[in-house]
Write a protein that binds this ligand. Structure first.
Ligand SMILES: Nc1ncnc2c1ncn2[C@@H]1O[C@H](COP(=O)(O)OP(=O)(O)OP(=O)(O)O)[C@@H](O)[C@H]1O
Ligand SMILES: [Mg+2]
Length: 258
């Protein structure tokens, strides 16, 4: 059975256009697997990410995650279970308290999830910083003074702090320069291998999404229009939108690796 099973997730924010941000979205992610999610701006990727992480309430649908009726959890049971599914956002600056230090942000995540005593939290923070390739000396440094890549590494450290089984990465590397992005992607792949993490990897660049995903789901106007193994989807796309996304990345059409 899959780690995550999403059935018929729907969300309408209302408003004059009455567009459905999510229209009966169904998908599954296995333990240790990366599902890439790609589609045009406004198609509902972030809404899906936020619905899964319980930041946005849906109108209909069901989510089975890690053996739990995920959308039925509330209050204390939800707070207890939240550590199993974590999220990393695109904008590292907005994701932190303006005056947070790197160590403070990670330590706070440990505290919220009831992990560690106050005394051993500093040690855990240092270990987590090392795990994402940062010097433990950075613990005292304000997140605001770090580089974009360092900030995103801190965000990743914070996301793995409670020991999740799934991390939702919403455009987590999209704001980074190509060389920094490549190193953060390497880190994500290594963490996946070391920790057995599953990822929902949201992106808009098919070359990047293909490079890290086992399977890819293509989304358009709130619907999943195609899902398949990454290689197959790029080599033999079925949906018009998938073909258009491939055409937008010339080096993929030529069959070169990303
Ligand atoms: N809080 C909200 N209130 C009202 N409408 C919203 C809200 N959040 C998202 N929407 C609408 O839902 C639709 C999907 O938005 P969403 O942010 O999920 O798209 P996206 O695929 O993540 O886009 P992008 O690639 O630009 O990040 C859009 O029409 C958007 O305007
Ligand atoms: Mg988005």
């Amino acid at each position: 059975m899959s780690l995550l099973e999403v059935r018929g997730l729907s969300k309408d924010f209302g408003g004059p256009r009455r567009t459905q941000a999510l229209a009966e979205v169904s998908l599954a992610i296995g333990a240790g697997e990366t599902l890439g999610l790609i589609g045009p701006s406004g198609c509902g990727k972030t809404t899906l990410a936020r619905a899964l992480t319980r930041l946005v309430a849906v109108d209909a649908g069901a989510v089975r995650f890690d053996g739990l009726d995920w959308l039925a959890l509330s209050g204390r049971s939800l707070r207890r279970a939240r550590g199993r599914m974590q999220m990393v956002f695109q904008d590292p600056a907005a994701a932190f308290h303006p005056r947070a230090t790197a160590g403070g942000a990670i330590g706070e995540a440990l505290r919220i999830h009831g992990l560690g005593t106050r005394r051993d939290r500093a040690e855990r923070v240092a270990a987590l910083l090392a795990q994402v390739g940062l010097s433990p000396d950075l613990a005292a440094q304000p997140v605001a003074t770090l580089s974009g890549g360092q900030r995103q590494r801190v965000a990743i450290a914070r996301s793995i702090a409670p020991g999740p089984r799934l991390v939702v990465l919403d455009e987590a590397v999209s704001a980074l320069d190509a060389s920094v992005r490549a190193r953060v992607l390497d880190l994500l792949v290594r963490l996946q291998e070391d920790l057995g993490l599953a990822y929902l990897f949201v992106g808009h660049d098919l070359a990047v999404v293909r490079a890290v995903s086992h399977r890819i789901a293509v989304m358009d106007a709130g619907r999943i229009v195609e899902t398949g193994p990454a290689e197959r989807l790029v080599a033999a796309p079925k949906a018009d939108l998938t073909r258009a996304l491939i055409a937008a990345v010339p080096r993929l059409e030529r069959g070169a690796s990303a």
